[in-house]
Design a protein around this ligand. Structure first.
Ligand code: HEC
Ligand code: HEC
Ligand code: HEC
Length: 411
């Protein structure tokens, strides 16, 4: 986003925030908590996994939920805080009511506004019972003494009161309602996607003030310079997704006709791996109901493309992605089936080349080496364009070198 747009956005929020300035009382600290049932804690663990709490609230190699991870936004970095039950630095002295207010309204125990990086615009739809279960789960984690670094946001966005304006404009509080036109599984999936999984935080386009654009739910968005493809009728997937293939992808991070979850989606599928199958099936039912049912036959690789890029591909990539490579023969899909190669932006292809898919110790998950350190920006751009020309019938991308520069700046 351009600097001018961010400044305009900041000024707009400052004005609305000043007008909307409301005082929120502190909720008194508590010293003891109810004893939680095993079932409630277990249910809270599942919801926390679908809600990715530990993905944001855990620093690299840090204690789970102890915070300290910087979440990049177009405006600056916001650090996820310590949500372990440590009484001084965590939420150990938060009552369930204080926790519920943070999840529903984005107000912390002391009465300060929280940045919507915490997906409270989604969590606001969670049921009382589900919020209570997540509270029970967090309150029974080991406490960690840890304070997150200060956020890096420009003035006036570093003034929390501007969020009063943001909430006035963009937070629509209130419970989730089932749609009687659909069955129980669809409704369960809709609830989990909207109220807990916050898939739209990445898969919905955002406006200049960082809110999800209304009327464009799951129409394709951005996450940390990755393109998060549409999960509805605009899906660029070459083989249409079905309920069964979506469930496979979400549970394992890999699906034989579409490929692997990479970038910010890897952490999402890692978390979903432990979630009960009925919930995965429900999410898949709901998403599949919005996806296109047919798609044109894919090309399976064409000759041609820039010869320099073809040589890099032959040396660096074909050992795994070539048509007779062991990986391809063992069932990995052709790059022609890859959504990132067929997407409207080159961001995914560029990120794949720069970062690959990280090695995850102890998991039998797909791995691809990163090439960011060995290829120049020009080579990365040529290679991305080559993938498009060779494996997709969609028109060439036009903005490849600029997107490479952007991705390098952020990685
Ligand atoms: C996309 C990243 C992200 C995800 C996912 C996320 N959070 Fe957060 N959360 C944050 C950030 C960043 C903050 C700090 C916001 C601020 O400083 O205003 C925060 C703050 C909080 C707070 C307030 C803590 C305090 O000390 O003020 C609570 C409670 C919380 N999160 C709970 C959760 C729970 C429960 C989940 C999962 C259901 C969750 N979060 C998922 C990023 C995230
Ligand atoms: C933190 C951001 C983020 C969140 C949250 C997120 N996704 Fe994704 N998702 C991505 C990105 C980025 C990609 C592209 C990954 C790639 O290119 O391999 C992706 C890819 C996908 C794909 C593959 C699409 C295709 O056509 O290839 C599906 C399906 C998907 N996500 C479903 C979901 C669902 C369902 C949820 C909520 C439960 C969700 N995602 C939450 C970022 C996210
Ligand atoms: C050591 C094996 C290996 C090498 C070398 C390798 N990759 Fe990959 N790549 C993988 C695996 C595994 C996946 C995930 C499975 C899949 O999607 O087929 C993947 C996925 C991809 C995808 C995304 C497909 C999808 O899921 O949407 C792209 C694009 C890609 N690779 C491009 C490249 C390029 C370009 C090179 C060379 C610079 C390269 N790869 C080198 C193993 C490799």
């Amino acid at each position: 986003m351009s600097k001018a747009r961010i400044i305009a956005a900041a000024v707009a929020l400052l004005v609305v925030g000043a007008g909307a300035l409301l005082w929120h009382p502190a909720i008194a600290p508590v010293d003891t908590h109810a004893v939680f049932s095993h079932e409630q804690v277990a249910r809270g663990a599942e919801l926390a996994a679908i809600g990715d709490c530990s993905v944001c609230h855990t620093a690299t190699n840090g204690q789970p939920f102890a915070g300290g991870r910087g979440v990049p936004t177009p405006f600056g970095t916001v650090y996820a805080t310590n949500i372990t039950p440590d009484p001084e630095t965590g939420i150990g002295r938060w009552s369930e009511a204080a926790f519920k207010r943070a999840m529903r309204d984005g107000i912390d125990r002391a009465g300060h506004h929280l940045y919507p990086v915490l997906p409270y615009p989604h969590f606001t739809r969670a049921t009382d019972a589900d919020i209570a279960a997540m509270y029970a789960f967090l309150m029974t984690r080991p406490a960690a003494h840890a304070t997150a670094p200060l956020n890096q946001l420009p003035f006036p966005l570093n003034q929390r009161f501007v969020l009063a304006g943001w909430n006035l404009l963009y937070l629509s509080p209130g419970p989730w309602h089932p749609d009687p036109a659909h069955d129980a599984a669809w409704n369960r999936g809709n609830y989990l996607v909207e109220a807990i999984g916050h898939c739209g935080a990445c898969h919905t386009p955002h406006n200049a003030l960082g809110a999800e654009s209304s009327g464009q739910t799951l129409a394709g968005g951005q996450a940390e310079n990755w393109y998060a493809p549409p999960l509805q009728s605009a899906s660029p997937a070459v083989r249409p997704w079905t309920q069964a293939t979506l469930a496979d992808y979400l549970r394992t991070g890999f699906e034989a006709h579409h490929g692997a979850a990479a970038g910010p989606m890897t952490a999402v599928t890692d978390e979903l791996a432990g979630v009960p199958d009925s919930d995965i099936q429900a999410i898949a039912t709901y998403i599949a109901s919005m996806m296109p049912k047919t798609a044109p036959e894919p090309v399976m690789a064409r000759a041609g493309g820039d010869p320099h890029a073809a040589a890099i591909f032959a040396g660096a990539c074909a050992g795994c992605h070539g048509s007779d490579a062991p990986m391809t023969r063992a069932g990995a899909p052709s790059l022609a089936l890859s959504t990132v190669v067929n997407a409207p932006t080159p961001q995914g292809a560029i990120q794949m080349i720069l970062n690959g898919i990280p090695w995850r110790e102890g998991k039998s998950a797909p791995y691809m080496p990163s090439f960011g350190a060995v290829l120049t920006d020009a080579q990365v751009a040529d290679l991305a364009s080559y993938l498009r020309a060779t494996y997709s019938e969609k028109p060439a991308w036009t903005d490849v070198p600029a997107e490479v520069a952007k991705a390098r700046g952020s990685s």
